[in-house]
Design a protein around this ligand. Structure first.
Ligand code: DAK
Length: 262
């Protein structure tokens, strides 16, 4: 599929999706979502990939939300479909076998904050702004914001953001636990790629196991979560990478992870 609303690239083991509608501050329309789903299909099939970075094209925005010009004319049924396609995209990011880093270079509003939250963690530019402004449009977050935001920052802060529709800067987003690290704009991409490549140097089986344990562990009690962890620990030990990592340590050399499944 030819992409017009995203840029999809690979830098060695790192896949990169850039939302690419800079004139509309990368607002999400159905075409963009369709292309982003297609890129995820490609990523799922390419066994050489180990990390996905998502970001926005241009200086100003990561994603300024769902495309309001598109949404204004939706019938209730079309709105439900649009919401479901968006939610499916977020769910796919969360369930993807690769770690996903959101590199938030500017406005991340509404659906933009929601995409960033469905990633595994967020690095942001000092210029980034986050918010759930849907209340100002007479609606509510439609891509999972009312569910993921409170899980990340607590119910009270999530309610404040969703009820006021206000924006917060990167420093406050970091303070409340939405963002992991904040960088000057000119260093954001370099720092994100440094972390992406560091993660890509690890074993694929253990990366997937960590993601799954932490992601799914949040939905079960501690006992079941620990059971899931020990099952995944066993799986890592059964994989060639588990043996390789420990052997490399004992032989005082760098591990050579191959990412093969047991
Ligand atoms: N949609 C469409 N166009 C947008 C846009 C958006 N979300 N955000 C910006 N643009 C466009 C502007 O209209 C403008 O276009 P032109 O006038 O140049 O043609 C261009 O991008 C540049 O924007 P501004 O001129 O406004 O730039 P400023 O620097 O002055 O302001 C801003 C930047 C980010 C503060 C401002 O653009 C803004 O407030 N944008 C809207 C932010 C927003 O409200 N986002 C949340 C969208 S709601 C659901 C599914 C999903 C959702 C809800 C329900 N279901 C179907 C149930 C999700 C909803 C949302 O995400």
């Amino acid at each position: 599929m030819a992409y017009e609303n995203i840029v999809f690239e690979k830098d060695g083991p790192v896949a990169i999706i850039k939302f690419n509608r800079p004139k509309a501050l990368n607002a999400i329309n159905p075409e963009l979502l369709e292309e982003a789903h297609d890129a995820l299909d490609n990523i799922e099939e390419d066994r050489s990939l180990k990390v996905l970075v998502i970001t926005g094209e241009g200086e100003k925005a990561f994603v300024a939300g769902a495309d309001i010009a598109h949404m204004v004319n939706l019938s209730p049924l079309e709105a439900r479909d649009f919401s479901r396609t968006g939610q499916e995209f977020m769910a796919r990011l969360e369930a993807l076998h690769l770690p996903v880093i959101a590199c938030v270079n500017g406005y991340a509003l509404g659906g933009g904050t929601e995409i960033a939250m469905a990633s595994d963690f967020i690095y942001a530019s000092e210029k980034a702004k986050f918010g759930q402004p849907e209340i100002n449009l007479g609606v509510i977050p439609g891509f999972g914001g009312t569910q993921r935001l409170p899980r990340l920052v607590g119910k009270a802060r999530a309610k404040e953001l969703c009820m006021t529709g206000g924006m917060i800067g990167a420093a406050e987003a970091k303070e409340i636990g939405l963002v992991n690290k904040v960088f000057p704009p000119e260093r954001l991409w370099e720092e994100t790629m440094k972390t992406a490549k560091n993660i890509a140097s690890k074993g694929k089986v253990s990366l997937k196991a960590v993601k799954e344990c932490i992601e799914r562990g949040g939905n079960v009690d501690l006992t079941d979560g620990c059971l899931m962890e020990s099952d995944n620990f066993g799986l890592c030990m059964a994989s060639p990478d588990g043996k390789e990592g420990m052997t490399a340590f004992l032989e005082k050399r760098e591990p050579r992870f191959k990412g093969e499944l047991p």
